[in-house]
Design a protein around this ligand. Structure first.
Ligand SMILES: Cc1cc2nc3c(=O)[nH]c(=O)nc-3n(C[C@H](O)[C@H](O)[C@H](O)COP(=O)(O)O)c2cc1C
Length: 221
């Protein structure tokens, strides 16, 4: 499955089948995580067969069920940590979709289980991503318009519009879509809005934008 197709098919899934991750898929995700860690310097970890994080009041209140696998997004504290976690986490989310798995980004509705993952000194866990075989494929989210989240001074090039449309398919916390992409010459800048987790959302949306627009068409400002 192409990444563009994976982006269209991905929706958050909160209910999962009671089924272990296929060993080959697990190994493929681990390999992708290792590559992301090498490239970004993050300390992303795959947690499997761990039912406790999503077994508490918060998880049930948040309508999660059957979550026993998740990806812990961890890295060195710093002003760029959240955006980096968003960007590389979404890379893993779309890869999981390509493997036929479902996901949901989760900032609130889970408990931190001691020993399930390792947060070294100077590091922070930003968010986790639930992972597994969904009971459904989820549903399309309501979306803002292209105009609402973009700024261009001249006519909007096709590649830029494609990038924005891809960004609007991205998951954002509470579906807030509080980002703005601006174009000047062939330079694109992306700004987070005010809101919870908006820097994480921005990293996610930037990864989508790159896939939609094609990285050969522009450079980030
Ligand atoms: C950073 C981030 C944090 C999120 N945290 C939660 C959460 O705590 N609980 C939850 O049910 N969904 C959470 N979500 C999922 C969003 O609600 C979901 O992505 C959004 O409504 C858009 O729907 P979609 O992912 O199906 O496109 C989170 C999403 C992101 C990007």
């Amino acid at each position: 499955m192409e990444l563009l197709e994976a982006m269209k098919q991905r929706h958050s899934v909160r209910s999962y089948e009671d089924k272990k991750l296929d060993e080959a898929k697990k190994a493929a995700i681990q390999k992708q995580i290792d590559e992301c860690n090498r490239e970004s310097g993050l300390h992303i970890q795959l947690v499997t067969d761990e039912p406790k994080a999503f077994d508490g009041f918060m998880a049930h209140y948040g309508k999660f069920s059957g979550v026993t696998n998740y990806i812990a997004m961890i890295g060195k504290k710093g002003s760029n940590l959240e955006e980096l976690c968003g960007y590389y986490g979404e890379k893993l989310v779309l890869y999981a979709q390509q493997l036929g798995l479902n996901t949901c980004w989760v900032a609130m509705s889970y408990s931190k289980i001691p020993g399930a993952f390792q947060v070294d000194s100077g590091e922070k866990l930003t968010v986790v991503i639930a992972l597994g075989y969904g009971k459904t494929q989820g549903v399309e989210h309501k979306s803002k318009t292209v105009e609402k989240v973009s700024k261009v001074t001249a006519t909007m090039p096709e590649w830029f519009k494609n990038g924005i449309e891809a960004a609007l398919l991205a998951p954002t916390a509470m579906n807030q879509q509080k980002f703005t992409f601006s174009l000047e010459d062939d330079k694109v800048s992306a700004k987070p809005g005010l809101g919870f987790y908006s820097k994480l959302d921005l990293g996610i949306a930037k990864y989508h934008f790159e896939i939609g627009a094609g990285t050969n068409n522009f450079t980030w400002n």
